[in-house]
Design a protein around this ligand. Structure first.
Ligand code: S3P
Length: 445
């Protein structure tokens, strides 16, 4: 995305939000549905796939790796799997755009294929650290030639004779865990990850869904996940739940715009994703879960949310992996709450699509909110009244910063402007139209 395609947006005070807001499919599950479909033998049909730029880039990359993937007129995606180890050397650079998940998972996948591939991405992705995946993948036999030592663009020379490893995650990252598990599929024997703090387990769930053997055991040093290499994965249809990380935006909007009530149908409630919902409940939010069910191994429900007063809380560092993408929007909710909200353990926020700790604090301060960054903690002081707002926010190619501050604009005293709403297409296409349909006023600036 460059300056000429930037689409500035303004969010002004919304009227009470109401109705049903159907958020798009889960980003994490969508990437994995395409990747595992590609590795299975047979045809996998995926319903409810997120058609955001991040996932579309993963689909394009998989096609370059020799996997036929089509979208039907009914919106169902079909992946013609090539089997574990069956990918072909790509004849062009794999461009993952803005997506850390797409880049890191696919780097893991090709690391144990005996060919060379080249990865790049947008300005944001090219700034993000890749050593967290290249180091363990090097131990599995791959080689990397990377700009600045460990950043995209980079070349992967896949291992001819892949080695299984046992690896203790130095950072709580589902992307790193998943990259190693995917690499382990083409290695003989058992590949194990030990994660001191559990992170989202969609890869493990999906491995089982496609017939792989995965063992998970909780020990004193953390959770050990072991995959047995060289399995035959069997094609298996699946339905992608609504993304709880996307639901977070209309959810918080409904909490802070007076008089609102929204229903968010089919939201994934995997317990390793629900830290925000727990935190908002502690703040006094009126959120109920209806029609709870399990689909494709993931718990889901319809969420009903009503506006009301919120109180400041302390969010412990241990909760961070279960709500890592939700801190910018939680910080916006905290700006409307009464009292102090302290969010601890936010180091990883500095290496997301932008430095989210800095971007969130800067945006809140520009909106008239009292805010401080203390080490890896973010402290927000709310007065229980709408902040002044009126800020001009630089989105920095970060969809979640863009949406968080549009939600601020829906309920603050003055409208909020963001310099580029195009970035929202990565994870939540149609966000502005969907919110406007429920009563918001988001328009081109
Ligand atoms: C994701 C893992 C998280 C999250 C990202 C999606 C995944 O990243 O922030 O949006 O699908 O595995 P990290 O693994 O870097 O924490």
């Amino acid at each position: 995305m460059n300056a000429s395609t930037a689409t500035p947006l303004i969010a002004a005070k919304a009227r009470a939000l109401s109705g049903r807001v159907a958020v798009p499919g889960d980003k994490s599950v969508s990437h994995r549905a395409l990747i595992f479909g590609a590795l299975a033998v047979g045809t996998t049909r995926v319903t409810g796939l997120l058609e955001g730029e991040d996932v579309l880039n993963t689909a394009r990359a998989l096609r370059r790796l020799g996997v036929p993937i089509e979208r039907g007129a009914d919106g169902v995606w079909t992946v013609h799997g090539v089997g574990v180890g069956g990918l072909a050397e790509p004849d062009a650079v794999l461009d993952l755009g803005n997506s850390g998940t797409g880049a890191r998972l696919l780097m893991g996948l090709v690391a144990t294929h005996p060919f060379i591939s080249f990865f790049t991405g947008d300005e944001s992705l090219c700034r993000r650290p890749m050593a967290r995946v290249t180091e363990p993948l090097t131990a599995m036999g791959a080689r990397f030639v990377a700009r600045d030592g460990s950043r995209l663009p980079l070349a992967v020379i896949g291992a001819k004779e892949p080695l299984p490893i046992e690896y203790r995650l130095p950072v709580p990252s589902a992307q790193v865990k998943s990259a190693i598990l995917l690499a382990g599929l083409s290695a003989p024997g058992a590949t194990s990850i030990i994660e001191p703090e559990p992170t989202r387990n969609h890869t493990e769930n999906m491995l089982r869904h496609f017939g792989a053997t995965v063992a998970v055991a909780d020990g004193t040093d953390g959770r050990r996940i072991t995959v047995t290499g060289e399995p035959e994965l069997v094609a298996s249809d699946l339905t992608v739940p609504g993304d709880p990380s996307s639901a977070a935006f209309p959810l918080v909007a409904a909490l802070v715009v007076p008089g609102s009530q929204l229903t968010l149908p089919n939201i994934g409630l995997n317990p390793l994703r629900t830290g925000l919902f727990e935190t908002l409940a502690e703040m006094g939010a009126d959120i109920t879960y209806e029609n709870r069910r399990v689909e494709g191994g993931e718990p889901i429900a319809d969420i009903v949310v009503r506006a009301g007063a919120l109180n400041g809380v302390t969010v412990p560092a241990e909760r961070a992996p279960r709500m890592i993408d939700e801190y910018p929007i939680l910080a916006v909710a905290a700006a409307f709450a009464q009292g102090r909200t302290a969010m601890h353990g936010l180091k990883e926020l500095r290496v997301k699509e932008s430095d989210r700790l800095a971007a969130t604090a800067t945006g809140l301060a520009a909106s008239g909110v009292t805010v401080a960054v203390e080490g890896d903690s973010l402290i927000v002081h709310g007065t229980g009244k709408p902040p002044a707002g009126g800020a001009a926010i630089a989105a920095k190619l970060d969809h979640r910063i863009a949406m968080s501050f549009l939600v601020m604009g829906m309920a603050a005293q003055q409208a909020t402007r963001i310099d580029d709403g195009a970035t929202i297409e990565t994870s939540f296409p149609g966000f502005a139209a969907l919110m406007n349909g429920a009563g918001a006023t988001v328009r081109p600036a």
